[in-house]
Design a protein around this ligand. Structure first.
Ligand SMILES: Cc1ncc(COP(=O)(O)O)c(C=O)c1O
Length: 356
């Protein structure tokens, strides 16, 4: 095997080494099935056990109440940007979208095809720093079918945790913070996440939905985007991405073995603190997110000094730290540190940030 690198890509993202080792074994034969995991039928008992096990693990890790369903759906989060409004627009006319950055704006923009969308301010400029407004300051129209929120904005590295008491059902895009924030599921109506960051690989989304919010889909909703149909068919509406579901199960098992979500949250805090302390100690680097809303998952920063960013990226690459280029819209540096990123990787990067 070649030299092990430290990968900071935003998604698809670093997987824990043990998970990759287990995948390697199961590619040859999954349990005693005589088949590779890549060949396993979505109608087999083996696969049905994979889905059941994943649901049980997720329910346990997030203490998901019994009145919520867990669905596995083909496609990434952008498909959920359509699925969410479609599943409400049979009955509803308006929805609110909390504007905290690129992904929340994109979600709201796509929803406009199906509903009237009201954007709610989620950010404020405070002494040259960007902060999230607290949930008590959100101006949510009580007629909205739901309020959509993005607790972790992956591109700029803005994070808030928890939604307080909002009058309307809250729908959350957890794509870049699934299994990485302590959340009380009962405060939400729908939670969804594409799996390629902290829950495995691309091609799949997990949706958690409260029972009373099912049944509102508009007539035009494609079957593969209907939440009620996925509940009726135990997520097997057609040939679901079997391999991505299996990797999601391995990630859930891994998180449980590590001690659960609180341990993941603590490690994310530790990794990101190493990096933010290094950024703050270097006068050539800038991160203008206020401290309480700095993402513990995606650490983004830039520099006004010529050559500093490219110099840091080059040095990092030479030392085996890769995937640090900022998002193409934002530039700069972005270190995405999902559950598969070690503390050691963060320490190595922090050292280079101090020297940049
Ligand atoms: C918060 C968030 N939402 C949505 C998306 C889009 O995900 P996908 O590429 O699975 O459509 C991303 C991708 O990075 C994201 O970070």
């Amino acid at each position: 095997m070649g030299k092990i690198l430290h990968y900071f890509g935003a998604g698809p993202a670093a997987l824990p080494f043990e998970v990759k080792q287990r995948i390697q074994k199961d590619i040859i034969e999954y349990e005693d099935s005589k088949l590779s995991i890549l060949e396993l039928s979505h109608r087999s008992e083996y696969f049905s056990n994979i889905l059941d096990r994943s649901k049980t693990l997720l329910r346990e890790l997030y203490a998901i109440p019994d009145n919520y369903q867990i669905l596995f759906m083909a496609g990434g989060a952008t498909l959920q940007f359509d699925a969410v409004p479609l599943n409400f627009s049979g009955k509803a006319k308006y929805a609110s979208y909390l504007d905290t950055g690129f992904w929340s704006r994109k979600a709201g923009k796509l929803a406009k095809k199906y509903l009237d969308v009201k954007f709610v301010a989620g950010l404020i400029d405070h002494a040259n720093e960007i902060c999230c407004l607290s949930s008590s300051e959100w101006q949510v129209d009580a007629q909205s079918a739901y309020l959509h929120v993005t607790p972790n904005e992956t591109i700029n590295g803005v994070e808030f945790v928890g939604v307080g008491n909002v009058e309307v059902p809250v729908v959350a895009d957890l794509t870049s913070c699934m299994l990485m924030q302590n959340i009380d599921v009962s405060k939400f109506g729908v939670l969804y996440a594409a799996t390629q960051k902290s829950l495995g690989i691309a091609g799949l989304s997990v949706v958690i939905i409260r029972n009373d919010l099912l049944g509102g889909a508009s007539q035009i909703t494609p079957d593969l985007l209907r939440y009620d149909l996925h509940v009726e068919n135990n997520s097997i509406v057609n040939t679901i991405p079997v391999f991505a579901c299996y990797v999601a199960m391995l990630m859930l098992l891994w998180v449980k073995e590590q001690g659960g979500i609180s341990v993941m949250v603590e490690q994310a805090k530790l990794r990101s603190k190493l990096l933010y302390d290094a950024v703050d100690s270097n006068s050539k680097l800038i991160n203008n997110i206020c401290k309480k809303n700095r993402s513990t998952i995606n650490v983004a920063f830039t520099s006004n000094y010529q050559g500093v960013v490219t110099g840091l990226l080059d040095t990092a690459e030479k030392e085996g730290l890769i995937g640090l280029q900022g998002h193409r819209r934002a530039g700069g540096v972005r270190a995405s540190m999902y559950n598969g990123t070690s503390i050691d990787a963060a320490k190595k990067l922090a050292r280079l940030i101090r020297l940049a």
